[in-house]
Design a protein around this ligand. Structure first.
Ligand SMILES: [Cu+2]
Length: 222
C-alpha cells in the first residue's frame, strides 16, 4: 500500500510549513529530499504535472488536490494556503524524481495538525454526490485483493454530460484512500489518454485495486 510513509525508496517528504492558525492566509511549502540529503529539483511529469499534492483531513471530510510551484534553484514547492477547518490532516505528495530508477510515482505523506474546534465526521456510505450543479454517480464494486472497475457517470439537470474535457491529461482523476489509515490506492483510467480536442462522457471508468476489506474514501476531479 502506498502513501503510508514519509519515505519511499530513499526519497523523503520534508517538513510541511503552513499557517498555524485557522483562516490565516499564508503559504504551504515543503521540499522532497533525495537520498543524498539534497532537495530534489528535477522531476518527471505525470498527468502533466511534476508533483500532485493531495491534502485530506483524517476523517475524510476535507479534500483538496492542488499543484504547488517549484522553485527550481532551491527545490522548494509552495502555494498560497489557508486552513478552513481544524483537525488532523494528511498531506500526500505524488511525484517521480527525474534521476530515480523508478518507473512509477512515489507517494510520500506527512501529518499536519490544525488547532481549533474539531468535530470528526463519519462520511456516509453513498454512491452519488453533487457539486456546482453536476451530479456524479458511481457504479461497480471494489473487490478485496483484486482489480475492480469503477464507473462514474456525470449528469446535469438529469441530462447526461457528454462533453467532459480532458483535465491534466485524462478525463478525470480519482483518488481513493483506505479509511482507517488513509492508505493511497493506485487507480488507473480505463480509457486511453485523450487526443487533442477529444471530449468524453457521461461515463468515466477506472481500474482500482483494494488490498483489504473495509471502507474507502473516493474523490473525483473532473
Ligand atoms: Cu494533480
Amino acid at each position: 500500500m502506498n502513501g503510508l510513509s514519509i519515505e519511499q525508496s530513499g526519497y523523503r517528504l520534508g517538513t510541511i510549513h503552513a499557517p498555524t492558525r485557522l483562516e490565516d492566509a499564508g503559504e504551504l511549502s515543503f521540499e522532497i529530499i533525495a537520498p543524498d540529503g539534497r532537495p530534489v529539483t528535477e522531476y518527471e511529469a505525470s498527468h502533466e504535472r511534476d508533483l500532485h499534492l493531495v491534502v485530506v483531513r483524517a476523517d475524510g471530510a476535507e479534500f483538496s488536490h492542488v499543484h504547488p510551484e517549484l522553485n527550481h534553484s532551491t527545490g522548494t514547492w509552495s502555494l498560497p494556503w489557508t486552513w478552513k477547518k481544524a483537525g488532523t490532516y494528511r498531506v500526500f505528495a505524488d511525484l517521480l524524481p527525474a534521476d530515480s530508477q523508478h518507473d512509477h510515482a512515489l507517494t510520500l505523506t506527512r501529518t499536519v495538525h490544525v488547532a481549533g474546534d474539531f468535530a470528526p465526521q463519519t462520511p456516509e456510505l453513498t454512491t452519488s454526490d453533487s457539486i456546482d450543479g453536476f451530479d456524479a454517480t458511481i457504479s461497480g464494486s471494489l473487490v478485496t485483493g483484486d482489480v475492480s472497475q469503477l464507473t462514474i457517470a456525470i449528469s446535469r439537470e438529469s441530462q447526461p454530460v457528454t462533453a467532459i474535457q480532458p483535465y491534466l491529461g485524462a478525463f478525470g482523476h480519482l483518488v481513493a484512500l483506505r479509511e482507517g489509515d488513509l492508505g493511497y490506492l493506485h487507480i488507473h483510467p480505463e480509457s486511453e489518454s485523450p487526443r487533442p480536442g477529444e471530449t468524453s462522457g457521461p461515463e468515466i471508468s477506472f481500474m482500482a485495486h483494494a488490498p483489504t476489506p473495509g471502507k474507502y474514501l473516493l474523490y473525483f476531479d473532473f
